[in-house]
Design a protein around this ligand. Structure first.
Ligand code: ADP
Length: 479
């Protein structure tokens, strides 16, 4: 009504002026005014209805998800306007969906990042932290003061500098609890504060494993040099003696040459073991592909060492009775064990090293027992419910154990025996020609074969070294 009033007002005003000026009689002016209002009412009402429909639909589009103007309003220009408004609303919805997807993806990345990540505000208060950070500090972090959480002066200083100078900083620090770990902390100021007030990002990268590997590498080089230096020094000493005081002493020369020969052989063994270890390590990630008879390989190695055992009056008994059976599985003749996926030369080296040790560390006039076992399924690898090493194998497996009657090994040494150069008695190992690398080589070869070495020993009675290997799966396409 107001709209029609507004439209009719100029005409009605003009009629009033004409009436007042005496150009129109009052009745005619009134009639004309009524005619104008009536005509405007008739003409404008449907148009106004169309506008109202359009306004209502636009209002709905502004508030509702995925709304659209599907019905025609009945006027081509208004329909076109409606279509344009609909398209704009759809574009808005598409962008909003895209934005929501991007936010969800960012949230997923934030949550799944393996490295701890913390967002802080201008007051160094933690605004957000990903689950890795919460796990590292074993508590929810949002709202806490970063200084109270990290308590490390170097990190606190670096954060202060990064915020003040608006440039990134990196600092290494050690978290002493619950276990000592080294981290690299990187603080990056954001180009603009985010909606939640974050102004900088702090990431922590765990350096513990890398530092440990560095230390191991340095220890290894030091150990290897030391092992080589000792025989080398002996050789140099004897060369000097043979050139000087013992120049004409034939008996001494023979004795010294024999010692020099022994030392040279020791160096050669050490170099051979070092080379083998590095070769195996290089291939460790590549599993062997051929199906082979590991039992036969073990028997061949036994044959080749019979003479060495006989020198100490030792007997190597195959498939005889064992002192103590392995938990689970069934005894099976070594010659008829199922095939495994393996590298024949490497498995021969495993058996050679283990049998060699059994002869070296076994008592003279004693027995070495070689036994085979078969495990049909992982459930058989249980030791009264306790986890067995072979549980790490997820299917059928075989085990070959080499058991000696030696002095045995005290329990505290067992976990470290496969470390390079770790020996229970270094002097004894050297005297027996050991390099301290035999079991490290065994461990790496078995790891390449997805197998496992189990060491069991009773001081004063003897030791048992058991090799577990997964059985070749006939359905495996590699065979
Ligand atoms: P090594 O060359 O010294 O024998 P290994 O790596 O083969 O080096 O073995 C590491 C250490 O484990 C040996 O020095 C020895 O102390 C101990 N060891 C290995 N096998 C036996 C065994 N059958 N009986 C007793 N001790 C053993």
């Amino acid at each position: 009504m107001i709209v029609i009033g507004a439209l009719a007002a100029p005409t009605v005003a003009a009629l009033a002026v004409l009436w007042l000026a005496g150009y129109l009689p009052a009745a005619a002016a009134l009639l004309a005014a009524l005619a104008v209002v009536a005509a405007l009412t008739i003409l404008a009402t449907p148009r106004l209805r169309q506008f109202r429909t359009l306004a209502a639909a636009i209002g709905e589009l502004a508030h509702r998800d995925q709304a659209s103007l599907s019905e025609s309003i009945g006027d081509p220009p208004l329909d076109e306007l409606a279509r344009m408004v609909g398209a704009a609303a759809r574009e808005r919805d598409r962008r909003r969906d895209q934005l929501e997807m991007t936010i969800a993806a960012n949230e997923a990345v934030f949550a799944r990042l393996p490295d701890p990540l913390i967002m802080i505000d201008r007051e160094r208060r933690i605004v957000r932290a990903n689950p890795a950070a919460a796990e590292l500090f074993d508590s929810p972090l949002a709202g806490r003061d970063l200084v109270g959480v990290l308590r490390n002066p170097a990190v606190v200083e670096a954060v202060g500098e990064a915020l003040a100078e608006r440039s990134g900083r990196q600092v290494e620090f050690v978290l002493p609890v619950p276990i000592e770990r080294s981290f690299a902390a990187r603080i990056e100021p954001l180009s603009a504060a985010t909606a939640d007030g974050s102004v900088a990002l702090l990431t922590l990268h765990d350096l513990t494993a890398m530092k440990r590997a560095d230390r191991l590498r340095a220890d290894f080089v030091a150990n290897a040099s030391h092992e080589l230096r000792t025989p080398l020094a002996t050789l140099l000493g004897f060369i000097e003696t043979l050139r000087g005081p013992a120049r004409d002493d034939t008996a001494a020369r023979e004795r010294f040459l024999a010692i020099m020969d022994g030392q040279t052989q020791r160096m050669a063994r050490l170099v051979a073991d070092l080379l083998s270890l590095s070769r195996i390590e290089m291939n460790e990630h590549r599993q062997p592909t051929e199906a082979i008879d590991a039992g036969r390989i073990l028997l061949t190695v036994v044959d080749s060492l019979q003479m060495k055992a006989a020198e100490k009056n030792m007997r190597i008994v195959i498939d005889g009775t064992v002192r103590e059976p392995l938990a689970g599985g069934t005894v099976q003749a070594v010659a008829s064990l199922p095939a495994v996926i393996g590298d024949g030369d490497e498995l021969a080296q495993v058996f050679q090293n283990l049998l060699d040790n059994a002869i070296k560390y076994g008592r003279a006039v004693s027995t070495i027992r070689v036994t085979g076992w078969a495990f049909a399924s992982p459930s058989e690898h249980r030791d009264g419910g306790a986890p067995m090493p072979a549980l790490r194998l997820d299917g059928a497996a075989i085990a070959m154990s080499i058991e000696d009657e030696g002095d045995g090994i005290a329990r505290e040494h067992l976990p470290r025996l496969t470390e390079r150069f770790y020996r229970v008695d270094t002097a004894r190992s050297r005297e027996l020609g050991g390099t301290g690398l035999g079991l490290a080589i065994v461990k790496h070869i078995l790891s390449r074969h997805r197998g496992w070495l189990d060491i069991d020993s009773e001081p004063g009675i003897g030791s048992r070294f058991t090799v577990y290997l997964p059985v070749a799966d006939p359905a495996d396409p590699r065979q």
